[in-house]
Design a protein around this ligand. Structure first.
Ligand code: ADE
Length: 248
């Protein structure tokens, strides 16, 4: 059984979009995952297929109706009752690599993409919808966020990345940012590659890369660094000696 994505959206033509290309696109054609974009408007009410209404309590914008969203989720869940439902919203918990790993390890996802000011809270409660944000900025709708979440999950599915080790060494796999990369030419516009990378000493290269990862994380992402240091030692002030690939 392939990993299954069902997207509930007012703009089904936005899918698969970029996910029809490259690694995800190949995996889609190969049947490693499947994608179904379902038009929320099909569950709209009346002649105009209305999906939204004005917010109780006043304020700007429109809110998606709970009955319409519920009907769409019911339709999506009818032949896939085991899929978790995720709503993309800036009010959600911040998506991270652990979420991608968890969702990729399951049977798939139903993704609810909101427009307007949001979705009536009651249907999110009633359907036990998980709310995720892709970052602290506001998009005009959840569709780009759904594409981001799907990309992060699909590349982790068995057979998508091939047999190389890049998924194991990349940023966040051990809570650190990745080390910098270099390729040919060894000298470019007066800039040379760090000499250690040309030395052939695998242990020294691994140690150098480890230090680069740690320095980048400490300076660019103090939040990640604090979590990493906290996980390595109960006392945040102590920096434990680490093995080159960090599996200490
Ligand atoms: N919809 C609008 N902005 C969003 C964000 N930052 N993350 C997820 N969904 C969104």
């Amino acid at each position: 059984m392939s990993w299954r994505a069902v997207v509930l959206t007012l703009f089904p033509e936005m899918f698969p979009g970029p996910l029809g290309q490259s690694l995800a696109g190949r995996a889609l054609k190969d049947g490693i995952w499947s994608l179904q974009a379902h038009d929320l408007r099909e569950h709209g009410l009346g002649r105009h297929r209305t999906v939204d209404d004005t917010p109780f309590g006043g304020g700007a914008g429109m809110v998606m109706r709970p009955d319409v969203v519920d009907a769409a989720i019911a339709h999506a869940s009818a032949d896939a009752p085991d899929l978790p439902v995720v709503y993309l919203t800036p009010r959600g918990r911040r998506l991270d690599q652990a979420d991608a790993r968890r969702l990729a390890a399951g049977p798939g996802i139903v993704l609810l993409c909101g427009r307007y000011e949001g979705v009536d809270e009651r249907v999110l409660e009633a359907r036990q919808v998980e709310q995720l944000s892709i970052g602290d900025y506001v998009l005009s709708g959840g569709e780009p966020a759904a594409l981001v979440l799907l990309d992060a999950c699909v590349r982790l599915l068995p057979g998508v990345m091939g047999s190389d080790d890049s998924a194991g060494e990349e940023s966040f796999s051990d809570g650190l940012l990745e080390y910098p990369h270099y390729t040919k030419p060894a000298e470019w516009q007066g800039r040379s590659v760090p000499p250690i990378l040309l030395s052939g000493h695998h242990a020294s290269i691994a140690a150098w890369r480890r230090t680069q990862s740690e320095d980048a994380t400490r300076t660019r992402r103090p939040d990640l660094w604090a979590a990493h240091a906290g996980a390595a030692s109960p006392d945040h002030r102590i920096r434990l000696p680490v093995s080159p690939r960090g599996h200490n």
